[in-house]
Ligand binder design. Structure first.
Ligand code: HH2
Length: 261
């Protein structure tokens, strides 16, 4: 089976890796078409950075950033459109405009999100995190990170299913309320999530857990490390990888897919 790639399109001034590069509509559209052409089957559009210390934005501002992009891409790009938001009102407007997937980094903390997805027949990515981007760095005490994340994802998936969501994808949330060691542990033990019975997504791309390794201090220096993390995740069961560098990742994952057979 071919691993799917979710290409990242941050329409934000302050995202940790690509902040400010695609905040203008023309450049955002160009990037979306490039991601699809390079092999992304999903484009994940985000209007609020979740890096530690990012300024939260209100839903009006978030919609002002993402809605024109979704409206312009709907029906014109081969990839599915995903909206990276934890606000049900933002998700709903984006689904009406042509998105078909909700990527919720709070893992349906607001259960209205599941109702919105069910009403529109949209897919949902349920990601694990604790606290908020501002507080999550201090919320990393787990007795067993895999067991606790798995318990949360299983519970939220059951709720989503009961509410009527048809397509559910689970994500352990690399770097979200996890130390670097815990992010590596999640990658190492990813196969333990497979008995939940849902496709797994991972998002290691250019994240700061890699900066604990030599030569990867800045996000710009983390391409090769991100590819290695993606391949390891896929060998351990990830079906979808969320990345900034689609072309390079497509190549690395082709090798992983060929080895898996
Ligand atoms: N990571 C980020 C944002 N959304 N969604 C899922 N499902 N999984 C992830 O690991 C994930 C995510 C953070 O990365 P990025 O969008 O590049 O940065 P920022 O939050 O600064 O915009």
């Amino acid at each position: 089976m071919t691993t799917e790639i979710m290409g990242i399109l941050n329409v934000t001034p302050d995202s940790f890796s690509d902040g400010g590069r695609f905040s203008d509509l023309e450049r955002a559209l160009e990037q979306a078409f490039r991601l699809a052409e390079e092999g992304a089957s999903i484009i994940d559009i985000g209007g609020e950075s979740t890096r530690p210390g990012a300024t939260p934005v209100c839903r009006e501002e978030e919609l002002r950033r993402v809605l024109p992009v979704i409206e312009s891409l709907a029906g014109r790009v081969s990839a599915r459109l995903s909206i990276d938001t934890y606000k049900p009102e933002v998700a709903e407007a984006c689904l009406r405009a042509g998105a078909s997937m909700i990527n919720d980094i709070t893992g349906l903390r607001d259960t209205r999100m599941a109702s919105v997805a069910a009403a529109h027949g949209a897919a949902v990515v349920i990601m694990h995190m604790r606290g908020t981007p501002a507080t999550m760095a201090h919320e990393t005490a787990y007795s067993d990170v895999v067991a606790e994340v798995k318990e949360f994802l299983g519970r939220q998936a059951a709720t989503a299913r009961a509410i009527g969501v048809g397509e559910i994808i689970l994500d352990p949330g690399i770097g979200f309320a996890k130390t670097a060691a815990q992010s590596f542990e999640l990658l190492r033990r990813l196969s333990e999530f497979s008995d939940l019975g849902y496709p797994l997504l991972i998002g290691p791309s250019r994240k700061s857990f890699l900066s604990t390794l030599p030569g990867m201090e800045s996000p710009a220096d983390r391409l090769e490390g991100s590819l290695a993390a993606s391949v390891i995740g896929v060998m351990n069961g990830a079906a979808i990888v969320r990345v900034h560098d689609v072309r390079q990742c497509r190549q690395a994952l082709a090798v992983a897919d060929a080895v898996k057979g």
